[in-house]
Write a protein that binds this ligand. Structure first.
Ligand SMILES: NC(=O)c1ccc[n+]([C@@H]2O[C@H](COP(=O)([O-])OP(=O)(O)OC[C@H]3O[C@@H](n4cnc5c(N)ncnc54)[C@H](OP(=O)(O)O)[C@@H]3O)[C@@H](O)[C@H]2O)c1
Length: 244
């Protein structure tokens, strides 16, 4: 891989904010190589093919990566190491809202993907990240993980319970703070980022869920992608405390 290229790995990049980020990067500059991480290889391949049909300036590939499956993560590290030898930017984007009935099942499902997943993906890819001249790490978090927001009755989201999702993102923010301290001393810049309330399939209910988001005034995932690009170019707030 050309050492002047910026190699970016995005988890959950076959849809929603991850896809829009992959599209934005690939279409914005020749200097990017975007690795679309997807738990379904078919969906990853389709995302790459869709983006390639839009005449990107940068290059793309995909890797099978289920953030809840340690074998999948291990294989993805081997593939990326063989093909690129390093990554310059790791974007931990994959996330879910659980629809399990019992709270304990919601907690287990949500933490597996939203918290444990990013933690073990970062741990596994850190050796490749540390091979970059300018390593960057981004966690796609949520303001719903803010304890300050949750405690404020005047906050517009105060009435929204979502305890499992909120807890998973609060813990993710702590992961970021830990990585900021430990990897920061090794030259890694790290951020947690709230992409805003946007129209995606996060509710897991397909077109109905998307329409409900539109009606509630959700924005576009294209703007979330622009925010991700801006924070690492440090034109946005660039503040690691953004979601704490
Ligand atoms: N949309 C919002 O308003 C909003 C607000 C704040 C934060 N966020 C955060 O933004 C991130 C992206 O969500 P989104 O809104 O773009 O939702 P989305 O449209 O549902 O996209 C989520 C992506 O994550 C993938 N994914 C789920 N579980 C995975 C796993 N175990 N391994 C690998 N990939 C997995 C999904 O793949 P499949 O297609 O295979 O399901 C999909 O590609 C999440 O972390 C979410 O919490 C979103």
């Amino acid at each position: 891989m050309d050492s002047n290229k910026t190699v970016v790995l995005i988890t959950g990049a076959n849809g929603g904010i991850g896809y829009e980020t992959a599209l934005l990067l690939a279409t914005s500059a020749t200097s990017f190589h975007v690795i679309v991480g997807a738990r379904s290889a078919e969906k990853g391949e389709k995302a790459v093919s869709d983006i390639k049909s839009q005449s990107p300036k940068g290059t793309l590939s995909h890797v099978q990566l289920d953030v809840t499956d340690s074998n999948s993560i291990k294989n993805a590290v081997s593939t990326v190491e063989k093909d690129f030898g390093r990554i310059d930017v790791l974007i931990n984007n994959a996330g879910i809202i659980s629809h399990a009935t019992a709270l304990i099942d919601q907690l287990r499902e949500t933490f597996e993907t939203n918290t444990f997943g990013p933690a073990i993906v970062t741990e596994a890819f850190t050796p490749l990240l540390l091979k970059s001249k300018s390593p960057k790490l981004i966690y796609v978090s949520s303001n719903l993980g803010s304890i300050t927001w949750r405690s404020d009755p005047t906050n517009p989201y105060y009435a929204l319970p979502a305890p499992a999702y909120r807890m998973s993102k609060a813990a993710l923010n702590m992961l970021l703070a830990c990585d900021y301290a430990t990897l920061g001393s090794k030259g890694v810049k790290a951020w947690a980022y709230c992409p805003g309330y946007v129209v995606t399939n996060l509710s897991g209910t397909g077109e109905k869920g998307r329409q409900e988001r539109v009606e509630r005034g959700a924005g576009s995932a294209v703007d979330s992608a622009k925010g991700i690009l801006a924070i690492w170019r440090e034109k946005g707030c660039g503040c690691w405390k953004v979601c704490l």
